[in-house]
Design a protein around this ligand. Structure first.
Ligand SMILES: Cc1cc2nc3c(=O)[nH]c(=O)nc-3n(C[C@H](O)[C@H](O)[C@H](O)COP(=O)(O)O)c2cc1C
Length: 239
């Protein structure tokens, strides 16, 4: 693969929140995607991931209903503190495949003792994040749409999903990634310019952002801010 192809792939990947329920994704395609994910780097090569593939419509809708229920509390908290909240985000119920990414914390035994003591959790999560990103990239390479549903590991949703899908202890739910075909394309959310984040040889204080600049950035260039309130696809969610 040429670097231009990789650049194009990473720029094409979007978080898609609306799916075409009529277009299915084959088992072979899902296996191709997960065959990429299993090559993700992980702390101590512990490979903490397991994947639950859900296709049944009733189960997908049950999952989305749990999502909506836990969202009530999340929305209430944002409304109380910020006076605004924009969190629908159950469009993923229409994606023909839900991949639930699980992590097995017992792999923490693969880490050196000091690592285990000081950063076992962060290594564990980083491995799961790497596998998840590869799922998204593989999906784009196959012309498919995907998104993160990170609330899958909120206490209520994780508990309910573990019962629904018979997930044993001590496995943990990381994220849910729906896979399907986008109902419509969405514009790329803004990215910071490369030069703003580069520091050659030592930290370039000219690029250091003051607290005011950081708040301005959050308010205008992130989902929390103005563009998040203005735009966004159907079922868009702040996260
Ligand atoms: C850790 C993490 C959690 C996220 N959680 C959600 C989520 O629960 N729902 C959602 O729709 N998007 C979620 N996102 C997607 C981000 O909102 C998205 O990546 C960002 O707005 C940039 O948009 P893009 O992915 O289209 O480039 C999450 C992304 C990450 C990395």
């Amino acid at each position: 693969m040429k670097i231009e192809e990789l650049q194009s792939l990473v720029e094409q990947r979007r978080s898609i929140r609306g799916y075409d329920e009529k277009r299915d994704v084959s088992d072979a395609t899902i296996r191709t995607i997960l065959n990429c994910a299993r090559w993700a780097p992980s702390g101590g090569n512990g490979q903490p991931w397991e994947f639950v593939i859900v296709r049944e419509r009733a189960t997908r809708h049950r999952i989305a209903d749990y999502y909506l229920k836990q969202m009530e509390q999340k929305r209430e908290m944002d409304m109380a503190v910020r006076g605004t909240a924009k969190m629908t985000g159950d469009g993923f119920r229409h994606a023909p495949v839900h991949i639930l990414i699980l992590g097995d914390p017992r792999v923490k035994e693969a880490y050196p003792i000091r690592t285990k003591l000081e950063k076992a959790e962060s290594h564990f999560i980083t491995g799961l994040a790497n596998a998840t990103l590869l799922i998204h990239l593989a999906a784009v390479a196959l012309g498919l749409a995907s998104q993160y549903v990170s609330d899958a590991n909120s206490p209520y949703m994780e508990t309910m999903l573990k019962v629904l899908l018979k997930i044993p202890e001590p496995l943990r739910i990381y994220h849910l990634v729906p896979i399907g075909f986008a109902k419509s394309q969405v514009a790329a959310p803004p990215r910071r310019e490369l030069n703003e984040m580069l520091h050659y040889e030592s930290y370039a204080m000219g690029n250091f952002r003051s607290d005011e600049q950081m708040m301005g950035f959050v308010k205008t260039r992130t989902l929390q801010g103005a563009y998040g309130r203005r735009g966004g696809a159907e079922g868009d969610e702040k996260d």
